[in-house]
Ligand binder design. Structure first.
Ligand code: ADP
Ligand code: GLC
Length: 486
């Protein structure tokens, strides 16, 4: 099957979170199963610099907000990044350095509506007018709000390929004003609650939901949760009425990139049985040296993620002083995001320099070292569409401590006498979103760590879990098949 994937980020070229990982690894899994997936991304300056030699395969004039942009479609072939990679080059919109979505101060780029409308128009044109006579997309699979308008533009053509839209995070809805709607020359008929109008403005995510043939999200539990007001971000009514147009398919992890037996960032390699205890010790020492924490024998807990309300980082900050009182645990935190969270974590680290290390920024190598070197991994998200970090930590023998929500609930089994007995326990789950519940759960996990027999069983169960992409990729294939078969 010929499938065009459209997204705003893809590892290793440009990544801010799990979306980048999925857009890299799911096409790889599908191509391995015999599909032909090509990928299209915005031509960010940083991406053009890193992508190597590029061919210009199409040039179009595309309307933006008040101007017409000369858009070039560049093509390359990069190991692992789709079967081909297309980049939409519009220097005025994507040629700037920095984060793809926000400025240095954390505030959205002011022209995001225009940037991702022009990108979506270009993707739709690429799908309809393939520059390669031997390759015509049968299906276009779009990811998150930045590509929401693709299916809307495609719906204007009678030859439109089938469309699938995946929600990676409903709380980012691509919401813009009526003024933007007009400036971007979107069809007047779309300004309706039945189409993309949304509470007085319009939502690009809603465009993806309304115009696509199928909607998926990244775990079965999140697919149910988003049909409720608590997690639905005002889309719950629309999603609830979708019936089986909406499916939840659990993400997988890329076992080439995230594999403790071959990970290039680790001081020592290991498997579920082979060298695990010895190598994890070496990795712990290496991590402690890297971050400058002192105690090799104290339990070590890690956190990696965007420092935003979703991830429950405030719950971690609230519980840490009490955790330090009640245990000898040390903690390492890697992340960036909300400036308030960043500064409160740095202040906390200053108060507890022997117990807490906070690294504000993005570091691929530190992320891998934390997954391997810690004893436990903290992921107390308020909601989590899927979550990759808890799966990486399961696979690295670093049991996760998670809230009972979304993809966390679908991948982590709490350690109890029953789950130890039936050998399903792989982590620690709390069920009330509060710092107290997180603290209790963390203390429970530390207690388990002190009981080697139970502890090693929990670690091994996580490591032996099937977390790769194959099963989920096959599930996507079945879904695609439903749309393209007559
Ligand atoms: P989300 O997509 O909501 O951010 P996920 O758990 O699905 O959460 O994926 C996060 C991905 O981003 C993981 O690959 C994680 O290692 C990575 N990541 C997040 N923050 C950082 C950081 N500061 N440095 C390195 N990697 C990070
Ligand atoms: C989003 C979600 C995360 C998910 C990732 C990849 O960023 O917040 O839960 O794992 O997308 O699908």
């Amino acid at each position: 099957m010929k499938i065009l994937y459209a997204a705003s980020e893809a590892y290793p070229l440009i990544k801010t979170g799990g979306l980048g990982d999925v857009v890299y690894s799911l096409p790889r899994a599908l191509n391995r199963l015999g599909d032909s997936v090509r990928l299209v991304l915005p031509g960010y300056g940083q991406v053009l610099d890193e992508a190597g030699p590029l061919d210009v395969v199409a040039e179009w004039d595309i309307p933006g907000a008040g101007t017409v942009h000369h858009v070039r479609i560049l093509q390359t072939q990069l190991e692992g990044l789709g079967e081909r990679l297309y980049l939409v080059e519009v220097p005025a919109l994507f040629g700037r350095p920095g984060n793809p979505y926000v400025q240095e101060n954390g505030i959205d780029w002011p022209d995001n509506a225009e940037r991702f409308t022009v990108f979506s128009r270009a993707v739709a044109m690429l799908a309809l007018q393939s520059p390669d006579p031997d390759w015509q997309a049968e299906l276009v699979h779009c990811h998150d709000w930045q590509t929401g308008l693709v299916a809307a533009f495609l719906s204007q053509s009678p030859q439109s390929p089938a469309t699938v839209f995946t929600i990676h995070n409903l709380s980012y809805d691509g919401y813009f004003s009526h003024q933007d709607f007009t400036r971007l020359h979107l069809p007047a008929a779309w300004w309706s609650p039945d189409y993309i109008e949304f509470y007085g403005g319009f939502s690009m995510l809603k465009a993806g939901l309304v115009f696509s043939d199928r909607v998926t999200t990244v775990s079965p539990s999140y697919a149910k949760e988003i049909c409720t007001p608590e997690f639905g971000y005002r889309f719950d009514g629309l999603l609830m009425f979708m019936g089986d147009k909406l499916t939840g398919i659990l993400n997988g992890i890329d076992l080439d990139t995230w594999n403790p037996a071959s990970d290039r960032y680790l001081a020592a390699h290991y498997g579920a049985i082979r060298n695990r205890i010895k190598s994890k010790r070496i990795n712990k020492t290496d991590l402690l040296q890297t971050v400058g924490l002192p105690d090799n024998d104290a339990p070590l807990l890690g956190f990696i993620g965007r420092l935003v309300h979703q991830k429950g980082i405030d719950l971690v900050a609230t519980m840490l002083p009490e955790l330090f009182e009640q245990s000898t645990a040390q903690v390492v935190i890697l992340g960036s995001g909300d400036k308030l969270f960043e500064s409160s974590l740095l202040a906390l680290a200053k108060q507890h320099p022997e117990r807490l290390h906070v690294f504000i920024g993005y570091s691929e190598s530190l992320a891998h070292k934390i997954e391997a070197g810690c004893d436990l991994f903290l992921m107390p998200s308020r909601f989590e569409p899927c979550g990759l970090n808890q799966m990486y930590s399961l696979h690295y023998g670093t049991p996760p401590i998670v809230n009972d929500t979304g993809g966390l609930a679908d991948t982590v089994v709490d350690t109890t006498p029953t789950t130890l007995k039936n050998r399903t326990a792989n982590g620690f789950v709390f069920r009330e979103t509060s710092a107290d519940a997180l603290l209790d759960c963390t203390l429970r996990a530390l207690d388990c760590l002190a009981h080697p027999r139970a502890w090693h069983q929990v670690c091994r169960t996580g490591m032996q879990q099937a977390l790769g992409w194959e099963a989920s990729a096959r599930h996507y294939q079945q879904l695609y098949q439903l749309e393209i078969s007559p």
